[in-house]
Design a protein around this ligand. Structure first.
Ligand code: E4P
Length: 217
């Protein structure tokens, strides 16, 4: 499963990219607002840090303006992936862009039927929001399960990008279901490295090593 980080904070992105485990980045208008930076400038900087897809979201609601915004965004770098909302105009834009070879991430997906439409529109990625789904009393992971089944039934190439990930269990369940990608805030990705027994084990080994009086270097 590929790991994308869901942030527009370039320091966090640099730190995670240095682990060699980061496959891409997702941003959205709220994350750009949080960064306090200019949209195009921050996307350009992110594209210079990671080689994988960097999602940049259109903000227009109509197809014609979405296409104009996409034209500006995809000029930023070859790894820009245009993010469009799951609406009729969003999917029309998705079809037009992917037909000409531009990567598209269809966002704000909350049903398996919506995911089916996005795949038929040729989406490179579909982003079902599991956390927001859970928040509203639905089962986010069941949604991922259903989309996996449908995409496998018809051998769709669209990658399932689990979004709105809130905790390590979302990551674990995504991997068990066979999602292609998950995008999570930096804090969730960092938490995956941790285990109390790892810390305890290191402390024990180091205490004994000190007693040997040896050094490796
Ligand atoms: C994905 O691309 C979205 O930016 C993101 O996962 C939304 O997550 P949230 O529900 O935590 O805002």
């Amino acid at each position: 499963m590929k790991f994308f980080v869901d942030t527009a904070d370039t320091n966090e992105i640099r730190e995670l990219a240095a682990t060699g485990l980061l496959d891409g980045v997702t941003t959205n208008p709220s994350l750009i607002h949080k960064s306090g930076r200019k949209f195009v400038e921050v996307v350009e900087e992110i594209c210079g840090i990671v080689d994988g897809p960097v999602s940049a979201e259109v903000v227009a609601l109509d197809h014609e303006t979405m296409m104009k915004e996409a034209a500006v965004l995809r000029k930023i770098a070859s790894n820009v992936c245009i993010k469009v909302p799951l609406t009729i105009d969003g999917l029309k834009t998705c079809k037009a862009l992917t037909s000409e070879g531009t990567m598209v991430n269809v966002t704000l997906c909350f049903s398996a039927n919506q995911a089916l439409l996005a795949a038929k529109a040729g989406a490179s990625f579909i982003s079902p929001f599991v956390g927001r789904h859970d928040d509203n009393g639905f089962d986010g992971m069941k949604l991922i399960d259903d989309i996996r089944l449908i995409y496998d039934n018809y051998s769709f190439d669209t990658e399932i990008l689990v979004a709105s990930v809130r905790h390590p269990i979302h990551v674990l369940e995504s991997a068990k279901i066979g999602a292609d990608v998950m995008t999570a805030p930096p804090s969730v990705i960092k938490s995956l490295f941790n285990h109390v027994l790892t810390d305890k084990g290191i402390a024990g080994f180091l205490a004994d090593w000190e007693k040997t009086g040896q050094s490796v270097l």
